[in-house]
Design a protein around this ligand. Structure first.
Ligand code: PLP
Length: 458
């Protein structure tokens, strides 16, 4: 094994099993060790600065070094470092946070279940779908429909709902009862001569056919991200969610909105549901809920679901689900403070003000021979790289064109993320300024030119 001059890097390579990493390559390259963050900037152990164009993993909404969140955590740790919510225990931060979430939810919600990650929230959503239908005496109504290219996390249920091949391959997933409907990406799947609305109608029609072929009495729920994130920053085609919701209502199928990325301002509204007119029965939130300062997620459920679950818990003796750290008081206190800051600083207004700078800045690359599509809304965007602009043919995955570009951007001091299919993702902290957006776009442009030169030479 190669040795590294830096102690952290050596310890890392010797001991960490890295998430989402080519483990063999990692032993050669070693890690990039980050040591500090301030605002939208990250610094590595050599003092090099990076503009964080991804807010970590779509999550550090308020940027780094927000002292109010540090103070909220420290104060709560001193007062009550831990207490749980099992068997009717409670504490102020969780109760306060639940009240706030219900108040700002984009559709009428009744109760909040707390967890620690997005995966735990989506996993819990599926368990609740099953518990709910058992409560109603509908033991056959258990299937959940997700979509190809969806991302809902990595636990067994969440990874099953995820619609990306690498999350299933050799993990023996997906589990049964999880189905995948069409990915509503007009750029790739729209047919010749089809308008965006016609495409949306076809997507909804195919969903209807899928439910009918499975039998509506067996289909319980549909889960969707308002904007598909990790699958490629795919913005739904116009009228898609209206049409899909009509199909779901017709067949009495619950709708779960996965707002793990979109929630708390990312799309220019507090929730992606508001941007796309979605009225869900359950909502999953995480990431920006605490601006990622501590792990916390939540599942919001409506009254219809809560009432059935409440009655069933009485019948069977308890609602036998919960994590030790469900509603952890320190995470909850940080989340309460995060929501207060969003309101005081009108974070949604700020996103609306600066978003055109990012969206228009990136669209300036639309004519580049390697750029197939530039897409996005609010402060989330994707630039898809293609081998052939006319046919929309992709590069061979083995060429690693997206990762190469992101590596070059890193050299130029911008953190971006390559998604499957060579889409480069942008999801900067929501507090980013227009000057910082310009810098991010400029550094991306340099990386794009480097990549074109590399391909021309290879
Ligand atoms: N849902 C969505 C839409 C996500 O983007 C993610 C993570 O990126 C998850 C769920 C899973 O969240 P976590 O990684 O916190 O488990």
């Amino acid at each position: 094994m190669k040795s590294f001059d830096n102690t952290t890097a050596s310890r890392d390579v010797a001991h960490i099993l890295h998430p989402y990493t080519n483990l063999k390559k990692h032993e050669e390259t070693g890690p990039l060790v980050l040591t500090e963050g301030k605002g939208v900037w990250l610094y590595d152990d050599k003092g090099k600065a990076y503009l964080d164009g991804m807010a970590g993993l779509w999550c550090v909404a308020l940027g780094y070094g927000e002292e109010r969140l540090v103070a909220a955590a420290a104060a709560q740790m001193r007062r009550l470092a831990f207490s749980h919510l099992f068997v009717s225990k409670s504490h102020e931060p969780a109760a306060h946070l639940a009240e706030k979430l219900i108040a700002i939810a984009p559709a009428p919600m009744s109760k909040v279940f707390f967890a620690n990650s997005g995966s735990e929230a989506t996993d819990t959503a599926l368990k609740l779908v099953w518990f709910y239908n058992n409560a109603l005496g509908r033991p056959k109504k258990k299937k959940i429909i997700s979509r190809h290219k969806a991302y809902h996390g990595v636990t067994i249920a969440a990874a099953s709902m995820t619609g990306l091949p690498l999350n299933h391959r050799d993990f023996d997933l997906p589990i049964d009862k999880v189905l995948h409907a069409d990915c509503p990406h007009f750029y790739h799947f729209g047919e010749a001569g089809e308008s965006e609305e016609e495409f949306a109608a076809r997507m909804a029609d195919n969903l209807d056919k899928l439910i009918l072929s499975e039998g509506p009495q067996t289909v319980a729920a549909f889960i969707a991200e308002p904007v598909m994130g990790a699958g490629g920053v795919i913005v739904p085609p116009r009228t898609y969610f209206d049409r899909v919701q009509r199909v779901l209502k017709k067949h009495d199928v619950l709708l779960i909105a996965d707002e793990v990325i979109c929630g708390f301002g990312r799309t220019g509204n507090m929730f992606g549901c508001q941007t796309f007119g979605i009225e869900p029965d359950m909502i999953c939130v995480a990431k920006a809920l605490s601006s990622a300062y501590l792990p916390i997620s939540a599942l919001l459920i409506n009254k219809k679901i809560f009432e059935a679950v409440r009655e069933h818990s009485d019948r069977v003796g308890t609602f036998a689900h919960g994590f030790t750290y469900s509603g952890h008081p320190v995470s909850a206190a940080v989340a309460v403070e995060t929501l207060a800051i969003y309101k005081e600083r009108d974070i949604v207004g700020h996103v609306r003000d600066v978003a055109p700078r990012l969206q228009e800045g990136l669209r300036r690359f639309a004519g580049h021979p390697m750029v197939g599509e530039v897409r996005g809304v609010g402060l989330v965007a994707g630039v898809e790289l293609v081998k052939d602009k006319a046919t929309r043919a992709k590069f061979d995955a083995a060429q690693q064109v997206g990762p190469y570009l992101v590596g070059r951007a890193q050299q130029h001091g911008a953190m971006l993320r390559p998604l499957p299919g060579d889409t480069v993702a942008f999801s900067p902290p929501l507090v980013i300024s227009t000057e910082e957006i310009d810098l991010l776009v400029e550094r991306f442009g340099r990386a794009l030119d480097d990549t074109a030169a590399w391909l021309a030479g290879s």
